[in-house]
Design a protein around this ligand. Structure first.
Ligand code: GLN
Length: 527
């Protein structure tokens, strides 16, 4: 088993996650089994309770871990499912160490960052390796070299390399190479300083990836190689690509997987033909559809990252541009709803929490149902569709969710086993099977009767209202295999009106479009 550690230097936001994910894709294209992992230095146990406006979306794995959004990139690029060992925060490490201390597991020793915290970090790397049985484990260290928070992680990976043998490990450092317009040149000094800092932690990079706006030139790369003491072919350029999914091709062209395999003595060819075909589709798009995304976190687009990517994937598959019109649901009211939505071809209401902005979503949903505009409700968006239908078709005027108002008719209510539980880590999380009913949009999209999708919610369709809503014409198109939990709803005589309690966006891949997003975009094109 081989291990690659990816660190970042100079500034944050360099796309270190995209580099790690792209490398995963390149090694996968060489027939290797890859496991990815991200270490986040913050103190939250996981990102599950973090505000999406601060931290972007929470990505959910098959086994129900709530993880950093970078893990979504890993899955999309590498197309291998991640797991509960894929994301480790400082909070989670300290939590385990302190629990062990309380349990008396340390036999009265003084508990310290070295070795107890670092041991816990190393255990996590090993666990992921054992669990996935991958050929190569790629671990990204969040944050920037020099941050106080990431020091225990650096110390842990330094020790880890010593333990498994330096020849089985590679350290890749991604660094900014800025362009100074005044002197019209790229600068290598920030990289030199960052490498020096990394070396102070006892880590010498094997490969340096230079992140620059465009080609920083052979001379700069030679200078970095010489001053930072790495081979010349190990300074790999990563300039801004026209699209995210072109980064693996760019890094391949610049020799990244070649030098990695040379260092690890791995033979074989890199077959990127299907990836290249997908990238070709990106450039063959014509015309456009406008999707109105009605949510309350719209000022930070990363809050909906996987949905945006799933729409992109459907746009590639259908050779059409998808433009998202970001609509703040709090700003929608009865007076402006028609005007706000008149120029969109279809509407998505994505996931969300809390009452704020809900009434605007309900108005948007009604607009879509009545005007036969394609509607795709995801998680909260499904619950909104049920509330709207209950209020305006089934005549349950005070219909709402128990999450917003306990006094109204709670057509959506808390799942019984979640009553009174704490907030973190107590949602229905991860993959659950769903049985599809005949003659439904679900069946037409998936072309099968049993599917599995990932969940992240605390509330669900309330069966006390099931018969009333069915009698008013609502279609229950997907349920848990025992029929008890309503997973998807539809509206009849409508080109595409569907609400799903799960998050299909997490399973969409650039070269494997998700069936629901695919059909949604197809129907939007007809609008
Ligand atoms: N807030 C809703 C619930 O907890 C929906 C969650 C979501 O959209 N992810 O059930």
């Amino acid at each position: 088993m081989k291990y690659i550690f990816v660190t970042g230097g100079v500034v944050s936001g360099l796309g270190k996650g995209i580099v790690a994910a792209s490398l995963g894709r390149l090694l996968r294209a060489r027939g290797l089994k890859i496991a990815s992992q991200k270490f986040d230095p913050y103190m939250n146990i996981d990102p599950g309770t973090m505000n999406p406006m601060q931290h972007g979306e929470v990505y959910v794995t098959e086994d129900g871990a709530e993880t950093d959004l970078d893990l979504g990139h890993y899955e999309r690029f590498i197309n291998q499912n991640l797991n509960k060992y894929s994301n480790l925060t400082s909070g989670k490490v300290y939590w385990r160490v302190l629990n062990k201390e309380r349990n008396g597991d340390y036999d009265g020793q003084t508990v310290q960052i070295i070795p107890h915290v670092t041991n816990e970090i190393k255990r996590f790397i090993r666990k992921n390796a054992e669990y996935t049985k991958a050929d190569i484990v790629i671990t990204e260290i969040g944050g920037t070299i020099g941050d106080i928070e990431s020091q225990p992680f650096l110390e842990a990976i330094r020790q880890f390399a010593l333990e498994v043998g330096r020849k089985n490990c590679l350290f890749i450092h991604v660094c900014l190479v800025p362009f100074i317009s005044g002197s019209d040149e790229y600068k290598s000094k920030p990289t030199q300083h960052s490498v020096k800092e990394l070396q102070a932690s006892g880590i010498h990079p094997d490969i340096i990836i230079t992140r620059s706006e465009s080609d920083c030139g052979e001379n700069i790369r030679k200078k970095i190689a010489s001053f930072c003491n790495v081979d010349e072919d190990c300074v790999i350029q990563n300039s801004t690509a026209p699209s995210l999914y072109e980064v693996p091709l760019l890094l391949h062209k610049n020799g990244l997987d070649r030098v990695v395999c040379k260092k690890f003595n791995i033979k074989g060819r890199c077959d990127l033909s299907s990836w290249k075909a997908m990238v070709k589709n990106i450039h063959s798009r014509k015309g456009k559809v406008v999707v109105g995304l009605v949510g309350k976190y719209v000022s930070l687009h990363d809050s909906y990252l996987s949905i945006v990517e799933a729409l992109n994937h459907a746009s590639y598959a259908n050779h059409v541009f998808v433009e998202i019109k970001w609509i703040d649901s709090e700003k929608i009211n009865k007076e402006n709803v028609n005007e706000t939505l008149k120029d969109v071809d279809s509407i998505i209401v994505p996931g969300g929490f809390g009452y704020r902005g809900i009434e605007g979503m309900i108005l948007a949903c009604k607009y879509a149902r009545v005007n036969k505009v394609p509607y795709f409700g995801i998680c909260l968006g499904m619950q909104i569709a049920v509330i709207e239908y209950a209020r305006n078709v089934a005549n349950i005027k005070d219909a709402t969710s128990g999450e917003f108002d306990r006094k109204g008719s709670n057509v959506i209510d808390i799942m019984e086993d979640k009553i009174g539980k704490q907030i973190g880590g107590t949602m229905r999380l991860g993959a659950y099977p769903c049985m599809i009913a005949n003659n439904t949009i679900m069946e037409e999209a998936y072309q099968k009767s049993l599917i599995s999708e990932r969940h992240r919610h605390r509330y669900e369709f309330n069966n006390l209202y099931r018969d009333t809503l069915i009698n008013s014409g609502l279609v229950i198109s997907g349920t848990s295999p025992d029929g008890k939990i309503v997973e998807t709803i539809e509206v009849k005589d409508h080109p595409f009106f569907i609400g799903v309690q799960f998050h299909p966006e997490f399973k969409s891949r650039p070269n494997h479009v998700h069936p629901l997003f695919n059909m949604f975009i197809k129907k939007s094109m007809k609008g």
